[in-house]
Design a protein around this ligand. Structure first.
Ligand code: ADP
Ligand code: MG
Length: 612
């Protein structure tokens, strides 16, 4: 450097910071590109403001773009903007001292073991990240003010910096990094970094004279300036999808937080195909600069099917990735977004029920997971659930809200029945009483739905109850056995079946079926017992899981009436029939373990029938 250069020492804190930046930060080095581009964008934005406010500018017609040039041979990378530039005093103030309050906090954080370079910009010390990769940084700057002149600022980041005057500089700032290694002199590498972090910067970015950021930050524009095609293009870009999205939500809020969000629901949920959980693809930005991609804590896990962007100006500078996970602000953001998304999905459901059904087929399992895991939003998510029911047509669904609105007088609970199909639900002995009473029953076809219902427990202050467990009785005239005889028959059956059955009693809920198996545990349904059994197949707790079911018999059923007669004349035959009735009820409940065991008896019964 020539003798006219003035030498300056860095402020003590900057020297400390640089020491750490140069010697301790090894990961995420690429973020210096983001930081220098974001500074260039800030400077350009400020200039644009001056332009519109009519301030007299040096070189007023200089185009507002940011250019990045890599030079492999010289091992340099250069960032140029036509922004507002810096005066001599500003160079000293801005690049030699830490003026921001966040910087002290950043230093503390860095000195603590978990130094993380990615945070550097959030503390307002982004410029210094250049020294992670550069052995020397040269800043050429010319202020927008007409009566100013150009300056060159140079530093190796260690001994301080020098400033000297420079003639004939264009307005703005050019920063040249003499790199220690080749990595960031490589065009393709730099392009990748720019696309990742700075793709939505509002000014054109050119890398070696080719435009890089071709997609606009759509979320910052007004809705009426955006066409459907714009949205679709943006979605395909940010959501990595080739199909158009199913739903979109573009919203802005100022209170309690400043948020701009553009969220999409994809047409397909790949979890259904891959059987693996996907990650959220909602990225967190602060004024168009990426803060965290796939921000995990931004939305609850059960909304992981969403893709898009959330931009909040309220993200404080002194926030670290680790503390971001559980910071109060993140929680607040999460809460506001979750509420808004729930409202949005509800609106979509109302606007186009058929389209919403399509949505629910693909992503419904996530919402069900929400009901089971997110206590705070349980009821609101439950509103979004859809099930077939005994009142809908095959393949059509109802919401719980509509179900409740149809409940007749006298019905106080919401009922559901798990079955492999609509046919078997309708044929189920558990369903008989509901058909008779004209109470609607939700039909669930997926064993996991049962756990969802168990977690839901209540909706709109009404208990959600398994049809198997419903405490209902038919008030009908008895046409078969009287109470006393029915009791005697029950005792006979119990004696015949022994330990295989729990209690045997006369039923008040059956219409057509001779008998129904009912779990002796008040809380277990047949399918839950099945699941528990499967889990305990070779476990020691198997005994407890094997508790025998109760049997309820229908005193009005002709077979039962006949059985009562025959047991006095042909006890062995009555015993066989009783066993078969019990096995049949286990089949209906899906609880019969080995159907082959009953074949012998069945054959013997058939034989008797034929030789009669
Ligand atoms: P921050 O951007 O958070 O203020 P930085 O360390 O990134 O912190 O930058 C420090 C300051 O240096 C900026 O506030 C700005 O005043 C100045 N500066 C950095 N880069 C430029 C640039 N390209 N043009 C004009 N001023 C700049
Ligand atoms: Mg900055």
């Amino acid at each position: 450097m020539s003798t006219t250069a003035e030498k300056h020492a860095f402020q003590a804190e900057i020297a400390q910071l640089l020491e750490i930046v140069i010697h301790s930060l090894y990961t995420d080095k690429e973020i210096f590109v983001r930081e220098l581009i974001s500074n260039a964008a800030d400077a350009t934005e400020k200039l644009k403001f001056l332009q519109t406010s009519g301030t007299e500018l040096f070189q007023p017609d200089e185009p507002l773009k940011i250019s990045v040039v890599t030079d492999k041979e010289a091992k340099t990378i250069t960032f140029t903007d036509a922004g507002l530039g810096m005066t001599h005093g500003e160079l000293i103030d801005n690049l030699g001292t830490i003026a921001h309050s966040g910087s002290k906090a950043f230093l503390e954080q860095l000195k603590a073991s978990k130094a993380d370079a990615s945070l550097i910009g959030q503390f307002g010390v982004g410029f210094y990240s250049a020294f992670m990769v550069a052995e020397k940084v040269t800043v050429y700057s010319r202020s927008y003010q007409a009566d100013e002149q150009g300056w060159v600022w140079t530093s190796d980041g260690q001994t301080g910096y020098e400033i000297e005057s420079a003639a004939d500089l264009p307005r703005g700032t050019k920063i040249v990094l003499q790199l220690r290694e080749d990595e960031f002199a490589e065009e393709s590498r730099v392009e990748q970094v720019i696309k990742h972090y700075s793709n939505f910067v509002q000014f054109p970015i050119e890398l070696n004279e080719k435009p890089v950021n071709t997609v606009q930050a759509l979320w910052t524009k007004n809705r009426n300036e955006i066409t459907d095609a714009d949205y679709e293009e943006f979605y395909k870009y940010i959501g990595h999808d080739s199909e158009a999205p199913l739903f979109r939500l573009h919203f802005a809020a100022d209170a309690p937080l400043s948020i701009r969000a553009l969220l999409f629901v994809p047409e397909k949920n790949y979890e259904l195909i891959t059987m693996a959980r996907t990650e959220s693809e909602v990225h967190l930005y602060c004024r168009k600069i990426l803060i965290q991609s796939k921000a995990k804590t931004l939305l609850p896990e059960w909304l992981r099917f969403l893709r898009g962007v959330v931009d909040s100006e309220d993200l404080p500078l002194n926030i670290s990735r680790e503390t971001m996970q559980d910071s109060a602000l993140m929680r607040k953001l999460n809460e506001v977004l979750t509420k808004r998304v729930l409202k949005w999905l509800d609106e979509e459901a109302k606007a186009d029920p058929e389209k919403y059904d399509r949505f629910f087929k693909e992503h419904g399992h996530c919402l069900k997971e929400g009901v089971a895991t997110d206590w705070g939003h349980r009821e609101a998510i439950a509103k979004l659930l859809r099930f077939e029911s005994s009142f809908t047509e095959q393949g059509k669904t109802t919401s719980l809200t509509d179900y409740v609105s149809r409940m007749p007088e006298g019905q106080t609970e919401i009922y559901w029945l798990l079955a492999p199909s609509r046919e078997s639900a309708e044929a189920s002995p558990y369903f008989e009483i509901f058909r008779e009473k004209k109470y609607e029953v939700l039909f669930l076809y997926d064993a996991r739905d049962e756990f969802v219902m168990e977690h839901l427990r209540e909706f709109d202050t009404k208990k959600v109850v398994s049809a198997e467990k419903a405490d209902l009785t038919l008030d009908k005239e008895s046409t078969g056995l009287n109470a006393e005889t029915a009791e005697q028959l029950a005792a006979f059956i119990k004696e015949t079946l022994g330990k295989r059955v729990g209690a045997v009693r006369s039923s008040k809920r059956l219409v057509g079926s001779p008998a129904v198996a009912v779990d002796s545990d008040k809380h277990l349904t047949a399918s839950m017992r099945r699941v528990l059994k499967a889990m305990n197949r070779d476990g020691t707790a198997a005994d407890a899981m094997d508790a025998a079911p109760d049997l309820e018999i229908n005193p009005d059923n002709s077979m039962i009436v006949q059985l009562e007669k025959i047991r006095h004349t042909d006890a062995p035959l009555a015993g066989q029939v009783a066993e078969q009735i019990f096995d049949n009820s286990l089949v209906a409940a899906g609880l019969l373990e080995d159907p082959r065991a009953m074949l012998g008896r069945l054959n013997s019964l058939l034989e008797k029938l034929l030789t009669q």
